[in-house]
Design a protein around this ligand. Structure first.
Ligand code: ADP
Ligand code: MG
Length: 389
């Protein structure tokens, strides 16, 4: 059991005495609503039953010792509560350190250091938000061990703040919110403008959510992500000269078409189009789901992919191979890239009887065209963070 393995590793490295606690926070998959969070639109993610496990124990000095079973080549990494300067090489401890730094910035001072061991059973850097699960598990652990008065939603906001300001990735709120607020068998329909949200049960009669990992991650993802943010901010700024809007999420497709010429730069216009249409698609998709119209939901997922490929340009040829191949299979209800993009995973809704064919066809096409073997995860929707021991 993972929980036991993490605890055993902790005891081996740091000793078995004292109050060692174990926590879990989930990763997430986004069903639809991509790159809409920071554009003031809606998203529709769900927490997974895979994510990040953390064992932690308070120390009686100001030292911090970290060990990740996923980066065991780095061994134990030491720092302290007096060294909140992000590692310039983007070392992984920037994520938990960033969260501690953000707690301290809100007046929640850590009275003493910690020993920490973690393990993620979620692929990292693949669009399933291992980073958010690491931030949320850290926040949840700090709340429990130091008795801080924060809600799970606060932990999500602190996680986003630290990823933006300590890790330099200008992500929206979706990932941390999905991890911190996850609910078993439900997706979260979140308005990223107001943080109003509702849970929507995902009842897929005779179908499953299948995540396919392209096993590629292109370089400069963070800077490309930040470019998209700047380009859509430009689109918004230009539109604000002709419309009274706060975010791109305030526009309908028709309103966008009527005013799009205000966006001077062609690239910014495409980015704006995606943000507006994707938000409307997400609203329509959740409505379809509530009406048990999973076919329409799937078609909107497919349209989301086309928009991310052509207008937002966050897909890549490898991921397009997976999606194109999925679309050919009759039992595939919908398939699209999920997460920040430039590699990573696709999310598909696949009828039970088509799952074997799905895996076989995608593997064959991917091996032929890309020369790599994809990985498949038939995922379950799980709860938010918890203390396990
Ligand atoms: P994603 O969030 O989609 O998985 P990111 O690039 O945002 O991709 O985050 C991946 C980074 O998060 C890793 O490179 C690493 O720094 C950190 N990380 C995630 N999980 C772990 C883990 N189990 N141990 C150590 N670092 C982790
Ligand atoms: Mg991430």
């Amino acid at each position: 059991m993972i929980q036991q393995n993490v605890l055993d590793k902790f005891k081996e490295l740091f000793g078995a005495d004292g109050d060692i606690r174990v926590y879990f926070a989930p990763g997430r998959v986004n069903l639809i609503g991509e790159h809409t969070d920071y554009n003031g639109g809606h998203v529709f993610p769900c927490a997974l039953t895979i994510g990040t496990y953390m064992a932690a124990r308070k120390r009686d000095d100001r030292k911090l010792r970290f060990y990740s079973m996923n980066f065991d080549n780095l061994g134990v990494v030491e720092s302290s509560l007096d060294e909140f300067t992000p590692d310039p090489d983007g070392l992984w401890i920037n994520y938990p350190m960033g969260v501690m730094w953000a707690f301290e910035g809100r007046g929640m001072k850590l009275e003493s250091g910690l020993d920490i061991v973690l393990f993620g059973n979620i692929p990292n850097g693949s669009g399933l938000s291992s980073s958010a699960s690491l931030e949320v598990v850290t926040g949840y652990m700090l709340k429990d061990i130091y008795g801080f008065d924060v809600t799970n939603q606060d932990i999500a906001l602190i996680g986003q703040y630290s990823e933006n300001n300590y890790n330099g990735c200008n992500c929206g709120i979706m990932d941390q919110f999905a991890s911190a607020m996850g609910k078993k068998d439900n997706a979260i329909f979140l308005d990223c403008n107001t943080l109003d949200f509702e849970y929507a049960p995902i009842v897929l009669d005779g179908a499953k959510i299948v995540v396919t990992n392209s096993m590629v991650k292109h370089s400069l993802v963070t800077s490309a992500y930040n470019d998209r943010r700047n380009e859509s901010a430009q689109a918004l700024k230009d539109l604000q000269t002709v419309c009274d809007i706060k975010t791109l999420g305030d526009l309908t497709d028709e309103e966008f078409e009527a005013h799009k010429d205000a966006i001077k730069d062609e690239v910014a216009r495409k980015r704006g189009k995606h943000a507006v249409y994707e938000n409307q698609r997400t609203i329509k998709a959740v409505k379809a789901l509530k009406e048990n119209d999973i076919e329409t939901f799937g078609k909107l997922m497919n349209a989301s992919h086309v928009s991310l490929r052509d207008d937002y340009e966050t897909s890549c040829p490898e991921v397009d191979v997976l999606v194109d191949e999925a679309w050919k299979i009759p039992g595939v209800i919908g398939s699209r890239i999920t997460g920040g993009g430039f590699g990573g995973c696709t999310v598909s809704i696949v009828k039970d009887e088509a799952i074997d064919q799905f895996k076989a066809n995608l593997t064959k096409a991917y091996e032929e065209k890309v020369g790599k073997t994809p990985e498949f995860y038939v995922v379950s929707i799980g709860d938010g963070p918890s203390r396990l021991a």
